[in-house]
Design a protein around this ligand. Structure first.
Ligand code: TXA
Ligand code: MG
Length: 325
């Protein structure tokens, strides 16, 4: 895999059926043309992802919504109008255009319009090359299945060093949000939260005027109990536990991830000290990767408060701490 800073080059790679890792405001995605089953098969193979785990189709306008989805409920349109381009993915009844290859054979499709200007440029160029105004890029997070999502082009290059040089990563700098998009199941009579993100349930309820519930029956792989896992063992702990932390009894190396207000006890390796939940989300995945680079055995993580994006950070920490398969 080769680095580029030129969006049209990434678009040409995609048009030719190659893979292109692309920056979004949430995390980097590993992209393939959503209408190219061969490219999508390569994408699944590169990620090591089971074929029945569906992908998000990235579009570049709300107009493309009706090309990929059918029977779009009013509340889903309200979410698209209010939040796109932005960090929210809408799961909708699929149109015939959505191939089984991206939906995992389900009767719904996940759609997102990202706000990252480089992603927008790639899609605009792909529309120009193909002449298809609703062309989409299927892109899961650019990490091996079950591992930590990438928030920089360097993270992507580390994950996919073995891919051929015709596959590119478009370097658009570090991601602004840092955790994956909020996913809302819009196939029922009201919104259901599948994955928390920067847009929280209170936002969804305010925008739609409807209750946003959890516990959808739709499958989502980011909702597996164990996901986003580094090699180091993650333990979610309270600030009180850290305050009472004694010196480690052996030489096991232990890292600490917590808001800046939590002081570092002696013997712990401070991985990050974000000022608030937004900053916590931004540094979370880089900190987990840093723990592995330092060959730490354990990471103690004190979660931020649950308001806003805090709920998404708690969700990811809990899953990265899970040893369930
Ligand atoms: O922020 C993000 O959403 C990033 C960037 C690259 O856009 N993408 C991302 O993709 O996180 P991925 O594949 O790692 O996670 C997509 C999630 C998975 O949990 C998948 O199961 C779910 O979306 N999903 C996709 N299509 C779905 C569908 N039709 N019904 C339910 N869940 C779906
Ligand atoms: Mg993922």
């Amino acid at each position: 895999m080769r680095r580029t800073t030129d969006p049209p080059q990434a678009a040409r790679s995609l048009a030719d059926g190659r893979l292109a890792a692309l920056p979004t405001e949430t995390v980097y995605g590993l992209g393939a043309r959503a209408d190219d089953p061969h490219a999508i098969a390569r994408l699944y193979a590169a990620k090591g992802r089971p074929a029945d785990h569906p992908l998000i189709a990235h579009i570049a306008s709300t107009g493309a919504l009706d090309a990929w989805a059918m029977a779009v409920p009013d509340y889903a349109r309200a979410l698209a109008e209010a939040c796109w381009p932005g960090p929210i993915t809408l799961v909708l009844p699929r149109s015939p255009r959505a191939l089984d290859a991206i939906t995992g054979g389900q009767d719904s499709v996940a759609l997102r319009w990202s706000s990252h200007p480089a992603m927008q440029e790639v899609l605009d160029e792909l529309v120009r090359i193909t002449g298809d105004p609703a062309i989409a890029i299927a892109a899961p997070s650019a990490n091996r299945f079950g591992r930590v999502s990438p928030t920089t082009a360097d993270h992507v290059l580390t994950e996919f060093a073995d891919l051929p040089d015709d596959d590119v990563v478009l370097d658009g700098g570090p991601c602004e949000v840092g955790v994956e998009s909020t996913i809302i199941d819009c196939t029922g009579d009201h919104p259901r939260l599948l994955r928390p993100g920067a847009i929280d349930t209170a936002d969804v309820e305010r925008i739609t005027g409807l209750p946003c519930t959890t516990g959808s029956t739709v499958r989502a792989s980011g909702t597996l109990e164990s996901h986003y896992a580094p090699t180091a063992r993650v333990r979610v702990v309270t600030g009180d536990e850290i305050a009472k932390w004694g010196a480690p009894s052996d030489d096991a190396r232990t890292g600490l991830l917590a808001l800046a207000e939590v002081p570092t006890p002696p013997g712990l390796v401070r991985l990050a000290a974000p000022d608030d939940a937004d900053a916590y989300a931004r540094v979370l995945y880089a900190a987990l990767r840093e723990a592995d680079a330092l060959e730490l055995v354990t990471v103690l993580a004190v979660p931020p408060p649950a308001a806003g994006i805090g709920a998404a950070v708690i969700d990811r920490l809990t899953r990265s701490a899970s040893t369930a398969q």
